[in-house]
Structures are given as C-alpha cells and as structure tokens.
Write a protein that binds this ligand. Sequence first.
Ligand code: NOJ
Length: 787
Amino acid sequence: MTAQPVVGLAAGPDAATWYQDAVIYEVHVRAFADSDGDGIGDFKGLLGKLDYLQELGVTALWLLPFYPSPLKDDGYDISDYRRIHENYGTLRDFRAFLRGAHDRGIRVITELVLAHTSDEHPWFKRARMAPPGSVHRDFYTWSETPDRYKDARIIFQDFETSNWAFDSVAKSYYWHRFYSHQPALNYDSPHVRQAMFDVVDYWLDMGVDGLRLDAVPYLFSRDGTTCENLPETHAFLKELRSHVDAKYDDRMLLAEANQWPEDAVAYLGDGDECHMAFHFPVMPRIFMAARQEDRFPIVDILTETPPIPSNCQWGMFLRNHDELTLEMVTDEERDYMYRVYAEDPQARINVGIRRRLAPLLGNDRRLIEMMNGLLFSLPGAPVVYYGDEIGMGDNIYLGDRNGVRTPMQWDGDRNAGFSDANPQRLYLPVVIDPEYHAQAVNVANQDENPSSLLWWMRRLIALRNRFHAFSRGSLDVLLPENRKVLAFLRVFEDERILVVVNLSRFTQAVELDLSAYRGMTPVELFGSTQFPEIGDLPYFVTLGGHGFYWFSLEDNSEPGGDASRRLTVRGGASDALKGGAKAPLNRVLPSYLAERRWFGDKSRRIRSTEIADVIPVPGNNGGPPAGHLVVVDVNLDQGLPESYVLAVAHAEGDDAAEIRKWRPESIITDLSAGGREGVLYDAMTAPAFSNALLDVMSRRRRLSGKHGRLESLPTRALRGLRDGLDADAPAVPISTEQSNSSVIVGNRLVLKVIRRMEEGVNPDVEVGRYLTEQVRFPNSPMVAGSL
Ligand code: NOJ
C-alpha cells in the first residue's frame, strides 16, 4: 500500500521550527466526536470539529494512537502500523482530516509507538512460531528464564509483577516494559530498525507534521543497567533524525521520556536528536508549588534544567491521557502529592493520580486560570488536554486511566452532543458527576457565556500567540523576598514579558527588582492596562489570591516612543499580514488606528487587534496584487469589538522614499521584509489600487479571503461613467478625511471606502442605488456600484 501525499502547509519564515511556537491540543479521536452514531468518535467527527479547535487558537493537534489494535492499552498496543482502526474510519478519512487541519494552519502530530507492538501484531505472531535465532524470531527479545535485565523497573506496578512473560507457543519468555500483551521490539535487530524507518516514512510522506515517540527511553536493554536512556537508544534516535532531515525540512520528533531533566534533555542531543521532549518533572512541581503556596519547587526544577539547543523546545503539560505521574519526584514529595491531591485511594493508579485538571484543583476557577497562566508562560510549548479548556470532570471509578478519557462534552443533549448512539453503547460513559455534569459543563453553554473558562482560554491562547517571547524567549527568574510569588521575565528580540504569579490563595504584595528596566512602563496584557513607570525603587505589585499578571515592559524612551511603528518579517511583505491574531501587523495597528480620523470612538482604548481576513486585490494584467483589503477586528477596553476595513499596499526602494516624503501620514508601518526596507501604507492613496478596485467592480469579479467573499455589485451607470477611463486614470484622495476615505478617480468618480463594517446594507448605498436604478433621479449623484 502506498501513501498518497496530502497538501502540506505553506512555508513561512518559521515553518521549519513551527513546533517552537506551537500550542498543542491533545485529543483522542475516539473521544471527540462520533459522526456515525456507533458510540465511538471518528475522523469524520474530528474533521467536523476543526473549526472549534481553530477558534480555540491551538496550532497543533496531537492524536493518540488510532491504528488497528485490540485496544487493551487504548491503542498503544498496535497490531498494524499502516492502517486506521475501523472504529475511527478509513485512511481516506484520515487524509481528509489532515487536509482539513492543514487548511486551517493546524499541524498534526501522531503517535509513533516504536518500543513495542501488540501481541496480535503479525510480527509477533510470526516471531513466536519462528525458529530461535531467526530474523523473524529476533524482532522481539526472548529468554529461557525471566532473570535477565534485573535492574529494570516495573512501570505498570498495579498490573504487572515482571517485565518478562511466558509465551506457550514459543516456549520462551519475552521481554516487555508495559502490559504483558505489549512485547518489546528488539532494536538490536537491523530489520526492526528498518521496519520502523519505513513506518516513519509512510506517515511523514502522507503529510503528518510530527511524531510523538512513545516510551522512547526503553528501546534498548542491557544487563547491569536500568535499561533506560542507553547510549544505543540515543544513537538510534540520531540515525532516525538524520533519516527524517534528509527527506523533509519541517517535521518534528517529540520524545516521551519520563525522566529527570538532565536525562530528558539528552533526547534533544546537540539539536540533532529529537526536536522536542516533554518536561515531566516540572509538572508535579507546579502542582506542589500551588498547594504549598511556595515557588520553591518550580524554581528548583527550573534551576536543575539544563539549557536546550536553540532549535529545540520543551513540551509542557499539566494533564494528559495518563495518570498525573509521580515518578519524577522524591518519596516524600510523592507522599505529599498523594495526600493533598488524591486522598481517595481510588484516584491513585500505578505511580500517579488519575484525575483531570479541574477536579484536581477543586474546580477552583482562579486556581485553574493561574495554573494555565503558568503553563502558557513557562518556557516550552504548552499542551492542553482535550476537555480541560472547559473544565471537564472525570470518573475515577472507570478502570485503568479511562476516567480521564471520557467523551468530549459539546452540549446538554443526549450523550453530551458527542454521539447519537444509545447511551449504553458509548465507548465510555459521559461524566454525570453532579458537579461536572455534562449538562452544565459543555462547549455550547460556555460558548454562550463570554465569562466562561472556554472564552478565557481562547483569550489566553490568543495572547500567548501574539508574542514570540513566550515560545522563544529567554527565562530570567526573579527572587523577591515573598516566596509565595513567582516572577520571571521572558525576553525575545524587542519583546519583554514580565510574569508575576501569586501562588497563594490570599492577597500578596511583592517588591520586584526591575532596575534593569528603569524608565519602562509595564502594560498588563489582558486588559492593556498601563501600570506606573518603573523607577528607582523596587517595583511594588499587589496581587489578589491566585492572581497573575502578564506585563509587556514597554520602552517609552525608544526613538519615536509609542508612535514609532516598525516591523521585521523574515519572508516577503505579505507575511506581515498572515496569521490572524498572530499576524505581525497586529503589533502596530492599535497605534495606527488610534491616529485615524475615521477610527470611531476616540474615548475607548484599543486593547488589541486581530486580522480577521485578508483579500488580495488583483493588479494589472495578472501581475502582483495592487494591494490587500484587510478586515481587522478591534478589541476595545470597553464595549463590544468593532470591525474595520484597511487597504494595505507595500512599497520599497524609491517608491517607499516617495511615500515617506510626500505622504508620510499614509504609512501604516515601516517594514523590513526579508532584509529589504520598505513601508506598508494606506493603499487608498495609490492610484493603481483605486483603479484596480474599479476594475474588479466593472468586471463583476468576486474576490475571496479566507473567511469571506467580496461580491461586485455594479449598477448600470458604471459603464457609462467609467467609459474612456484607463487603468491608470488619476486618482486623488480627498484630503479632508472624515469617517470614511474617498478618492476622486479621473475627475469623474468618487470611490468611497466605508471604514467601519456593520451588518446589513449601508443606507447611502441602498438609497443611492434606488435613486440611480429605479427612480433615475437626476438631482443626486449616481451610484456606479459597490463592493
Ligand atoms: C505511554 C503512554 O502515554 C501510555 O498511555 C501507554 O500506556 C504507555 N506509553 C505504553 O505504550
């Protein structure tokens, strides 16, 4: 069977290292949405929910195993690496989902369970029948006695007593690290290594963006060692990395190595092994710090964490599909964690706690926000576990780790909107715990309420996505006297983010040494609230219980102060517009808009802008676009957001110099694109753009953006009015700008851009069109058309 490639993502300036800026959403296909009513989620269902995920703002999806499997370890027991479990759909469904994700700019990370297979995999069935010493037998590790590798720990302590299991067909013991039905592959066999390379190629050729390497420390085993993190394992991973690099330039390998920081960091090599590794030890320490109301556990583990190569990234998480693992803490710390987070023994499993985020935190909204605030501001790419964005509950009475794998709660209808099936047929029951009942905790309810956790998470993610400092910035931990407060700086290029977190449930005051930033103004990012300038004294901040601040430290003394607008993008000029809320242009638009005459209510402060859509306006004879119409959503400090239309064009060299000299007020921002200096400016001042718009209207062209369409609606008057005007007719902006912008074209037509977008038909256009077309009223100017 060959894999058909699906459309990949367009290359951007940071395309190769996309994972460094990723916000990852972990989801199990079976748990998300059931499209065919069999009680099990599937790829068609997931495809149908991509808009939800896009709106949430996540940039990558990590899918749990979806391959054929007896499902005795929820799919981590694979019986065929190249197909889709029939419960979840077909390869065609998977490809359609992958394309759908890529179309939305969302990357897809899948599972590469390389350490073991299911005992139902044909390789194992073949091995147990094959003669000892043969190639097929040696796909796995066999032994006459269960005595080898004595120093290897048992991971699933609640279920297994040995890492060896006897196979009655082979009449021999085989080696396994997890459940006994998961025989470990033997990486000493070159055939195993090659087989796994082929699996990797198969999925990457199809367009998968990243692979999570499950249980990666256990690939090789040697007597006299713990059988973890062996040099042979690292050597194999480096080989795998070169193999991937030789074929692709934007794929990612993520190590699942539940190890201490120095051992986990080894999986990144010198930037030549995995691209990412989960930071396991920091996770329980965030919970400890919150409970002890003391920053020490977090600061301590961050201090213990070696720096990582510049092309790598940590994967950070609070919760996932497994138990909250307590392997990477001391015995005392483990006892403490059990005592405070899992008093009920039913909540404990293996070496950890099987609970979701909200129940762990007593469903305390402020605490949930604070924990997410930490997750999204500490170094690393945050991973959100499905359902935690709405504060879903769990069911600790279901077996194994199933209590945190229940159906996603979409609405208050049957099966929480997850499936139409008979409720008894669901793969797992929906949560009906009174406190977290699916009828109360669901997406539909929270969507209706802008104060909900879901909306808050959307805002958090959008804010994070606006700053590279969160993903790529340095970390500088401040150590104020008050240990209940954790404060640190993240700095990247000209972005300086100060994070201050009150780990206590009571109000705290703290004095921060910000002397290095004297003269700067902290601006709190959620509300765009300016705080007092940093002076000579320690900076004094008070925080409510579990409060946290993200400040941008803004330098008012920089040349031009607030008003200077300048952007740098690595690719072409149009990259400044790409990326919705993340578009670089959003950084300068608030000050540009605030200075426009046509920008509505001057009494309200602009908190942020979001590029909602970009519509290229075609230039002459199929050349490059004459400019772009850009729809911008403007978030204000009071009241509802408003939408405005910008016309944006780019110029460099002599053209830019002319604009700087003659029309400086039209400059939106200075722009250095791919090292070339230029400007983005108001395209309404460019005759070519006005003519291009008229041309679009005359030809009744339809222009498409990502989310909407621009329709041309000329009246019958247009032809006569435009007759004789060529494509470079003079177009002169009317300088007395009011609430809209107008341009006189060829001394005959007035092109008017209505800046503020509102629903419905504009009354001027409606009346004008009526007088032109129906009444043919001679005493009012004719309307030639509208877009
Ligand atoms: C780690 C996975 O996260 C877990 O769910 C699984 O049981 C083990 N690896 C074994 O594959």
